[in-house]
Design a protein. Sequence first.
Length: 487
Amino acid sequence: MVNKEAGKRSLWFIITVMVSSIGYYFSTGIYNCWILIWLAPIPLFIYALESQAVAAALAGFVTYFMGFSSMIFAYSGTVVIPIWLLVAGNILNAIIFTILLVLFRYMASKKKYWLWSFVLASGWTAFEFNTSLHSPAGSFDSIAYTQVCNLPLIQIASVTGGWGVTFLLMLIPASLALAWHYRKEAKLCVKTMVLPVSILILTVAFGLYRLNVPVQGPGVKIGLGSVPMSLEELRSSGQQQIAEKTIARYIQCIEVLSHSGAEVILLPEKIVSLNLNDQADILARLAAAARAQQITLIAGLSVQEDSKLSNSAYIFAPSGEIAKKYDKQHLLPLAEGRYSAGEELCISETEDKGVWGLAICKDMDFEEPSRGYSQKGINLLFVPALDFKADEWLHARIAIMRGVEENFAVARAAQWGLLSLSSNKGKVIAMTSNAREDNAVLVLGEIRLDQGKSIYGRLGNWFGYFSEGLFIFLLLIFLLSKRKMNE
């Protein structure tokens, strides 16, 4: 009899871990089946509430580590990020997730209360928020980005930032699990679900309203272009012969896109490296191309100026002048150790095509410079990028979410990723992958611009701090109630 009961518990453990891990695995990282992340935690949370603490902790740790491991496998064939670093980060996240899960179980077992699902939601949101402030990866790991295809839901990011999305992704499954745990007490079960479901309904209603507000700003026809380049070619792009060949191919792309009606053309990050000797010549050729086609050209270049190496983006005006230059603020650890980080925003005001800003690739993983641009009222952000094939969709969706948060459209061109145009509401206007192409990849689309600025842009991370406060408040409620029970 004892062996049979142990067998049942083991089977329940295995099934729970497998189901939740698979759900997480295919809803995060490179797969992004967004609906699964709402369902994946439910079996795990139910198991945690109805099993012993040690079993709940083990199930939580194994599920998180396995479920969020897709990026480890994706990067295993590259040398961009050390695998040990990804594994260490995943272990740390799994530990925090497990602690919160066990705390959720402990509080629910010691005192029946309808608010305990908010412990998981606020605790995990607070963890993601603090990680984004201090991690060299920024908010890269946030589960909020899984929802970029769920347009009604992600509109709340314009008010709360992505933290509001993360909060809901934890709150609803935790509430369902807690309601199931209280299923024999009808009133408590209903009370557990009323507030979370109401919050979700209001969030979706707000999202549907925002999606249907007409855009009345001007339209901009944007072309994106990328030519194939190997890692070896990228590393050798500072050699004059290779640089001239690359620029010649990009000028062909510029001509095709401009003849197709593009008013602005965006090229990827680091298309060539400019040393002191050939810098003037390469810049002159790009300026001449912009002047000849009467378009605005934006190109990402690696620039050596005296002892300073910068990852930069240039705006070439239709007149051929260099209108603006922006230096990347958030450099990729290890890979860009020789580069100097920029500190300034780059804002370009046009007469009839809105106010534009510039960012480069990894800048989008962080709140700044995007929030600074929103406060300045830009309505279109151009992002030259690189990416590494495996993370093409992951990085593209982060940029899309930034546009929703800050209420600006985003044009992004990645060397080994996606070329994408998205609106301030997260609608994808055009998107094409060049990760497996042998020929130049071109994208043309028109973005209609909205007003820029957002509530989140003005108020900043208020919801992150709110989540921290709510988590502490709920802990105090529990400790006070436990103290009263012991008296």
